[in-house]
Structure formats: C-alpha cells, structure tokens
Design a protein. Structure first.
Length: 170
C-alpha cells in the first residue's frame, strides 16, 4: 500500500520532464491513431489501397495475401507506437499531482497524427510509390489532400502545444 502524498510532494511549478513525457506520449499516441485510422478506414473499410498495392496489385490471390500480410505488419507497427504512447502516458501520471496539460496533450495527439500523415504521404505515396490514397485518375489530388490534412494537424497541434506553454501550464 502506498503512502499518501503530502503537500511537500506537490510542487507549485510542474517539472519540465513531466510535460516532456506528456508531450512525447501524445505524439506517439497520435502516430498510432493516425496509422490505425489509415489502416482501418482506407485499407479495410473503404478498401482504397493496401500498404504495397501499387507495387503488388491485389489482382491475384498471391498478391492479395502479400498485401494483407504487409497491412498486418503495418498495424503491428502502429500498435507498437500506441503502446509506447501508453507507457509514456502512464509514466507521466505516476507519483505526481500536477495539473494535466489538456490542450497541449490534444495538440500532441494532433501533431503525432499529422506527423504520421506527412511522413506516410511523402515517403509511401510520393517517394517510394508503394500506394496512393485512392488510385485512379484523381490519385494526385487524394495524395495531396492527405498531405494537406496532415500538415494542418501538424500546425494546429504545434499551436496548441505552444499556446499551453505560453499560458504557463506547460
């Protein structure tokens, strides 16, 4: 059984490491959420693409199996991102009664999700050509929309994190 915290354990000014842990947790969780959204919505529900569908078109059973395996490995990676975020979040809540940086945490989630979109959209869609958001005649518009959406989340997330820092709670 743990001892109750005395007022000496609660500092008036939160330690910078407390907020760094929360920010890192939010970014990792945002990366995981972005990956899960992409995999669940775009790969499975809408079935617009698979992870390597441009290189291995899912027009044969063998290619479909390979794409399904690649999607599974992709989901495993996003699960690891989410797990890292949860561990950091847990570490950031143990043994402290600091005020929780809600806006900064939401900003970190958005930043992580936006980071996922920008990295995945730049590397997988444009540089490596593994797949496109929605293949077909308007694929560049969908790819650019994915990047703009990611950039908007990056900027909004960064502003939210920075705004909380300016208000003195981060």
């Amino acid at each position: 059984m743990s001892k109750p915290l005395s007022s000496a354990h609660v500092s008036a000014s939160p330690a910078p490491s407390f907020y760094k842990t929360w920010r890192a947790a939010g970014i990792w969780l945002g990366l995981g959420i972005g990956g899960f959204f992409d995999g669940i919505v775009l790969h499975q529900i809408l079935q617009w693409h698979h992870l390597v569908s441009e290189v291995y078109p899912p027009t044969t059973l063998q290619n479909l199996k390979f794409n399904t395996l690649a999607d599974g490995l992709f989901h495993a990676a996003t699960w690891v991102f989410t797990l890292i975020g949860l561990v950091l979040l847990w570490r950031g809540t143990r043994g402290t009664h600091q005020p929780r940086p809600t806006l900064a945490f939401v900003g970190a989630l958005l930043f992580g999700w936006g980071l996922f979109n920008v990295l995945e959209g730049t590397v997988s869609h444009q540089l490596l050509g593994l797949h496109h958001v929605r293949p077909g005649p308007d694929q560049l518009a969908y790819d650019l929309g994915f990047l703009v959406w990611g950039a908007a989340m990056l900027v909004t997330g960064g502003l939210l994190m920075r705004g909380e820092k300016r208000s003195g709670t981060l």
